[in-house]
Design a protein around this ligand. Structure first.
Ligand code: DX5
Ligand code: ZN
Length: 227
């Protein structure tokens, strides 16, 4: 099992105070910053592009965990890597050749991740598990923050733990969508290690408290797992 990390999702921040918003989660103990990129085609919503990611990069020392919800990730890998992404995760359901996209991300000393939507089985990523640094299992239908966590996705998390063990792979298991101080518990028990939380962190007045509560929930879940 890899260490637990909390990744607040900037999608839920108040963009009129971007600098202060980034600072409050960095000072509040976030391990990385999750950055959702949507193109209005792969998902029914649009966020922002590489220029804003570069701006965010200039505001923080936190690694940027860039989540591409776009139909043609290969077109933008260079731009997002140059903008300062530490990790680029794209979807297996996209139109591009998965292996090539992973290789292109690696050219930039950037980590590569693959994500699956709720309706996509893990068999879709099976052939790539030995080549990725992170597997992102969506726990909501991608497109919008503030949705309800889908507990049935935790079967996929458990399956990922099993596939990693059998294949001796190294990827992190990340969950994204509807995570908070309550849902983190079953997610970590199932095997999740990177916890994305938008509303549950940026939507709270005290981000430090929110992050601490999520981390405490994760620790309790881990304590429960110990023999
Ligand atoms: C959904 C995004 C998520 C999400 C997180 O498409 O990938 O990162 O917005 O926000 P919450 O935690 O509010 O579900
Ligand atoms: Zn995301």
């Amino acid at each position: 099992m890899n260490p637990i990390r909390i990744a607040p999702s900037i999608i839920a921040a108040d963009f009129s105070y971007l600098r202060a918003e980034v600072a409050r989660v960095e000072q509040g103990g976030a391990d990385m910053l999750h950055v959702d990129i949507m193109d209005g085609h792969f998902v029914p919503n649009i966020t922002f592009g590489p220029a804003i990611v570069k701006t965010i990069k200039g505001l923080t020392k936190l690694p940027l965990d860039v989540h591409l919800m776009i139909s043609r990730p290969r077109k933008f890998i260079t731009s997002f890597c140059e903008a300062g992404a530490a990790n680029i995760t794209f979807h297996v359901e996209t139109e591009d050749t998965i292996y090539t996209a992973i290789e292109e991300i690696r050219v930039f000393d950037c980590k590569a991740g693959l994500s699956v939507k709720p309706k996509t089985p893990l068999s879709a990523v099976r052939d790539h598990l030995g080549h990725i640094d992170r597997l992102l299992i969506m726990t909501v239908e991608p497109g919008f923050g503030g949705q309800k966590f889908m507990p049935e996705m935790l079967e996929k998390v458990k399956e990922a733990v099993e596939l990693r063990r059998k294949g001796n792979y190294k990827f992190d298991i990340e969950v994204d969508g509807g995570l908070d101080k309550y849902t983190v518990w079953p997610a970590v028990r199932a095997g999740a290690e990177v916890i994305v939380a938008g509303t549950a962190v940026f939507g709270q007045v005290d981000a430090e408290l929110a992050i601490r509560e999520i981390r405490d929930g994760a620790k309790q879940a881990l304590a429960h797992l110990q023999p």
